[in-house]
Design a protein around this ligand. Structure first.
Ligand SMILES: [Mn+2]
Length: 287
């Protein structure tokens, strides 16, 4: 007999997943899709929850600090998971590096606040015995802005760029300048972006391998991915700004990347908060 995830959650007390990994939520910025994230946290249960960096975005330095009730709700839900017995591990990233000062390497196991353990990194062992290095990944980043560039171009901006290129070169011609291809430049940039992502992935896989581990779980580049690389498993859990993805481990140790917005039928065009119910009952569970 098969249960839907929500039925399993209601019928017995076993959590939905063995572990859940999320990163790059960027709470404190307008970019954070906090309504989808709150919905995810409300409808998820797990033994271990890893917050893999860039969770709260630079509250001390940021000029355009943004916070609303939905952002509060996300924190409240994380604390609720911790209270309910979920082992929560917070691994700071570069946007929440203020927490890195709290991660004292001298203290074995790291600091714990309100049931949330702070650690620079972690090693997660799956039910199948796979040992994964859990780290944000910014230390292995050469040029991350390329990833954003790539995302931008993925959004149909390339077609717009071609139109712009025509106007641009018409103007250049009138001014007596030779033709300069914007589209060729963009193509070069995309190629560089792909190379930068590849370098990032290769560096992280190499680090896991160097430590004798079976793989790595990271975030940082907002690009969800799970594949074999250099003999180890490279997994990126994505983000909650440009996509809404999480890595989940099932009780048998099987790892899966889930796209929460797609599972729920949410659209990024939806007005913020329109598709969520604070009681978590008004929307149907994912299939
Ligand atoms: Mn980052």
């Amino acid at each position: 007999m098969t249960h839907s995830p929500s039925a399993a959650r209601l019928s017995d007390r076993r959590p939905l997943y063995r572990s859940v990994f999320i990163s790059d939520t960027h709470l404190g910025t307008r970019g954070c899709r906090s309504d989808f994230l709150a919905d995810f946290l409300r409808n998820t249960s797990c033994r271990q929850l890893y917050l893999v960096g860039d969770i709260i975005d630079g509250w001390r330095l940021r000029r355009s600090w943004y916070w609303d009730a939905q952002h509060d709700e996300v924190l409240r839900l994380i604390l609720r998971h911790a209270r309910a017995g979920t082992e929560v591990t917070y691994i700071p990233g570069n946007h929440d590096e203020m927490f890195r000062a709290w991660v004292d390497p001298a203290v074995h196991g790291g600091l714990e606040i309100a049931g949330i353990r702070l650690a620079a990194e972690a090693v997660h062992v799956t039910a199948a015995g796979t040992r994964l290095l859990v780290i944000h990944g910014d230390a292995f980043d050469s040029v991350v802005r390329y990833a954003k560039f790539l995302a931008l171009l993925g959004d149909g901006a390339y077609a717009a760029a071609l139109v712009l290129n025509r106007w641009f070169n018409a103007a250049r011609r009138r001014l007596g300048y030779p033709y300069w291809s914007l589209s060729a430049w963009l193509k070069r940039q995309v190629k560089e972006a792909v190379k930068a992502i590849d370098r990032f992935e290769t560096a992280l896989a190499a680090e896991a391998r160097r430590r004798g581990l079976d793989g790595v779980v990271c975030g940082h580049i907002h690009h969800a991915e799970m594949r074999e690389l250099a003999g180890v498993l490279y997994i990126n859990d994505g983000d909650w700004v440009e996509s809404c993805t999480a890595l989940v481990e099932h009780h048998d140790g099987r790892l899966e990347l889930i796209d929460w917005a797609a599972l729920r039928g949410f659209s990024f065009a939806d007005p913020r908060g329109a598709r969520t119910d604070p009681r978590g009952l008004g929307v149907s569970a994912p299939a």
